[in-house]
Structures are given as structure tokens and as C-alpha cells.
Design a binder for this molecule. Structure first.
Ligand code: H2B
Length: 112
């Protein structure tokens, strides 16, 4: 494919500079999830399933997620069938959940 027109947003947390790879504890994760509607914890990941009106809406959402992920240099596992989207987030470099996962999930919710 030709170059993607994805530009990095300098305002996005985690885009540049020192990377926080401190794993969050169970209590911190539970507290963070209270503010993230529909997100659930599954082991070392947080996940959410979205349902849209049709494929175009689902993929419009995913296109926005791609920009957010690229800007944050943090990338969800993405699953899509027609109007359904599932996102899973984990910090592979840390072997668990970190603030980067929570921040990207929050940015995705803000964009929704
Ligand atoms: N995304 C996710 N979800 N977890 C990571 O640990 C991660 C990432 N690491 N995106 C980043 C990229 C790292 O591998 C690169 C080198 O910045």
C-alpha cells in the first residue's frame, strides 16, 4: 500500500518522550475501569465490544481508532465483523496493563 496519511498528534499522551511501563495494580485497574463504560478486564487486557448501525459506521470508528493509536504509538488488537468491533488493549512491552492502555481507551471513548 502507499503511505498512510496518518500524522502524529503531538498533544496525545505517550506519543513521544519517556515511556511509562509501570504495570498497574488490580485496584488501580478497577478504579480506572469505573470511568470507562463497557470496558472489561480479561487478565492482562482490557476489552470492549461496540455495535454500530452498519459496516460504514463501524469502519469510520476504526479509522479514528487508527489515528489515535498511531498518534499514541500504542496499538489495540482489532476485530471486526460487519457492524461489530472488538478492541483489546494491553502493553506488550510491560507484560500487562499500564496507564497507556487506560489513556488510549479514554481517548477512544472521547472520540466515540
Ligand atoms: N502497542 C501496544 N498495545 N503495546 C505495546 O507494548 C506497544 C504498542 N509497544 N505499540 C510499542 C508499539 C512499541 O513496540 C514500539 C516500538 O513503539
Amino acid at each position: 500500500v502507499a503511505s498512510l496519511p496518518l500524522t502524529r498528534s503531538p498533544t496525545r499522551a505517550g506519543a513521544e518522550g519517556a515511556r511509562n511501563l509501570n504495570r498497574l495494580g488490580d485496584v488501580q485497574i478497577d478504579r480506572a475501569l469505573e470511568g470507562l463504560q463497557g470496558w472489561v478486564r480479561e487478565g492482562n487486557e482490557i476489552c470492549k465490544e461496540y455495535r454500530f448501525g452498519d459496516f460504514a459506521q463501524a469502519f469510520r470508528f476504526l479509522t479514528g481508532v487508527a489515528f489515535l493509536a498511531h498518534g499514541a504509538d500504542h496499538h489495540p488488537e482489532i476485530w471486526n465483523v460487519y457492524n461489530r468491533v472488538r478492541l483489546r488493549l494491553s502493553t506488550h512491552d510491560a507484560g500487562g496493563l499500564t496507564a497507556r492502555d487506560i489513556e488510549l481507551a479514554q481517548a477512544i471513548e472521547d472520540f466515540l
